[in-house]
Design a protein around this ligand. Structure first.
Ligand SMILES: Nc1ncnc2c1ncn2[C@@H]1O[C@H](COP(=O)(O)OP(=O)(O)OP(=O)(O)O)[C@@H](O)[C@H]1O
Ligand SMILES: [Zn+2]
Length: 494
């Protein structure tokens, strides 16, 4: 059930203006939202869960406020080069070379894996999920638009965006607060041998060297699009040249989103999005968890407990709760203690929800249900303050437990309302689903595997190597790869 009443107080922190602003869509009753999705060359890790969950809650809340939301989240399957740079191997092509597969097999496999794990986290699928490789023509059109306006130049079959020229007429660095002149003074000049005129220019289209397999014909020769271009082409195609919200992780603010603003401003005549929202990072030992940094723990490893840093398996809903317990603009450092606390906290809420069905009603109510409802809306309206919504749910939990203990009471009507509010905020908006939480198949599998590894290590300790090898080999036939390390054995499902 939607509720348009609270639309007027909804504010979001806009990275562009560095302040909270009241949210007003461009077209009354409709919201267009674009979020940068994954580069599909590896399994999704905890870091990926954060933007997916953050913008899922935004999607859910806007929908709850009665807006018709078109949510576009892309799949990057071409053009993202190593080190996020203009030179180097394509991340997907590299993985394809290592695995001896077609790049599109890699992209398909990891897109499917992304969907599987996001579904488990109860993340709703976006309205449109376009792929970069399916929009080459649209991207070449944007290149032409920018060339026609004089803000790009062709060089050796590549096309570069002219950042210093753009900065003279507009402001490059507006989003991230970087000042191009300062950046330039601390960077060495190009030696004249390179294709680019300035090291800040970025590729719109790259000439493909003979060994580069992901390539498309163009009037500049065979090539492939620059990484930033896809988001300009696909957001304008599906949401129009200007839309309401653009989201993504903070790591994408510079240069990716800065370049998107520059491209959109020139090609489409105005800045692409009105509100820019950025989730902060999931860190591990204080460093961003990332695929290219190799310090990640995949969601599958969390669900099965199969990573050496995990004290146990954690259910998808525990992960979701763990992420929502922090405000999306603060960093969250991975730790088993915090995950265990999240697991307990979530259980308390789940128990309270179950208790609600069994409560005996009374002649009067000791609690203010309106105040509970208002505090949830106030929290969500204040830049999606999910930890405050959770705090309000904990307050309600205390009330429920007090009533269950016979120390307070609630009328039948109020109980129906309270149940409805629990459903609305915990279920519909935060997406903490009891159904998903109770399918603990992976967790059970993780526990069984821990038991198998324990039995195997006991066999080894008793010098029964035939048995320990048999356990390893039989598991291997079933697809479980056992690896012996100095901290004991770990397992992986191939
Ligand atoms: N540790 C993290 N915390 C929060 N968000 C993250 C984290 N890592 C990636 N993201 C976000 O997930 C989305 C997809 O990112 P991407 O596929 O580039 O992941 P990545 O692991 O950073 O890969 P790479 O290391 O190749 O850059 C982006 O919005 C990005 O900002
Ligand atoms: Zn993007």
């Amino acid at each position: 059930m939607s509720n348009t009443k609270y639309r007027g107080i909804f504010t979001v922190y806009n990275t562009l203006t560095r302040q909270k602003e009241r949210f007003e869509p461009l077209h009354s009753g409709h919201v267009g939202m674009y979020v940068c999705g994954p580069t599909v060359y590896g399994d999704p890790h905890l870091g990926h869960a954060r933007p997916a969950i953050t913008f899922d809650v935004l999607f859910r809340y806007l929908t709850h406020l009665g807006y018709k939301v078109r949510y576009v989240r892309n799949i990057t399957d071409v053009g993202h080069l190593e080190n996020d740079a203009d030179e180097g191997e394509d991340k997907i092509a590299k993985k394809a070379r290592l695995e001896e597969l077609e790049p599109m097999e890699i992209a398909q496999y990891y897109t499917d894996r992304y969907h599987t794990f996001m579904d488990r986290l109860n993340v709703k699928r976006p309205s449109i999920e376009p792929r970069a490789s399916g929009h080459i023509i649209e991207q070449l059109q944007v290149v032409e638009e920018i060339l026609a306006k004089g803000y790009a130049y062709e060089s050796h079959g590549s096309v570069y965006f002219d950042v210093p020229k753009y900065n003279r007429d507009y402001q490059y660095g507006k989003l991230s607060g970087r000042v191009l002149d300062d950046l330039m003074s601390s960077t060495r000049d190009l030696d004249g041998q390179e294709e680019k005129r300035s090291s800040f220019d970025f590729a719109l289209w790259k000439n493909a060297s003979p060994e580069h397999i992901m390539r498309w014909p163009s009037r500049f020769g065979d090539g492939f699009p620059g990484w930033h271009l896809e988001c300009t082409a696909m957001s304008s195609k599906y949401l129009g040249t200007q839309f309401d919200i653009h989201g993504g992780g903070m790591d994408l603010m510079f240069p990716h989103h800065e370049c998107e603003i520059a491209q959109g401003t020139i090609a489409k005549g105005h800045e692409p999005a009105r509100y820019w929202m950025h989730n902060n990072m999931i860190t591990i030992n204080g460093q961003k968890m990332g695929k290219s940094l190799g310090n990640f723990i995949t969601l599958e490893e969390f669900f099965t407990g199969s990573h050496r840093l995990l004290a146990s398996a954690y259910s998808p809903m525990t992960i979701r709760f763990f992420i929502l317990q922090a405000h999306y603009r603060s960093t969250v450092d991975f730790s088993n203690e915090a995950l265990q606390a999240a697991e307990k906290g979530l259980q308390r809420l789940m128990d309270a929800r179950a208790t609600l069905d069994k409560l005996k009603t009374g002649a009067h109510t000791n609690y203010d249900i309106d105040a509970f409802e208002k505090s949830c809306y106030d929290a969500l309206s204040d830049d999606l303050n999910t930890p405050l919504v959770i705090a309000a749910l904990f307050d309600a939990t205390k009330a429920i437990n007090t009533i269950a203990a016979g120390q307070a009471s609630m009328t039948a009507d109020d109980l129906v309302r309270l149940k409805g509010l629990f459903e609305r905020f915990m279920g519909d908006v935060l997406g903490l689903s009891t159904e998903v939480a109770s399918t603990g198949g992976d967790e059970k599998l993780g526990e069984v595997m821990q038991l198998m590894l324990h039995l195997r290590s006991e066999a080894k300790a008793a010098k029964n190597f035939a048995l320990s090898d048999q356990i390893r080999d039989e598991l291997s036939k079933l697809g479980f790869v056992i690896k012996d390390g100095k901290d004991g054995a770990t397992w992986e499902l191939k």
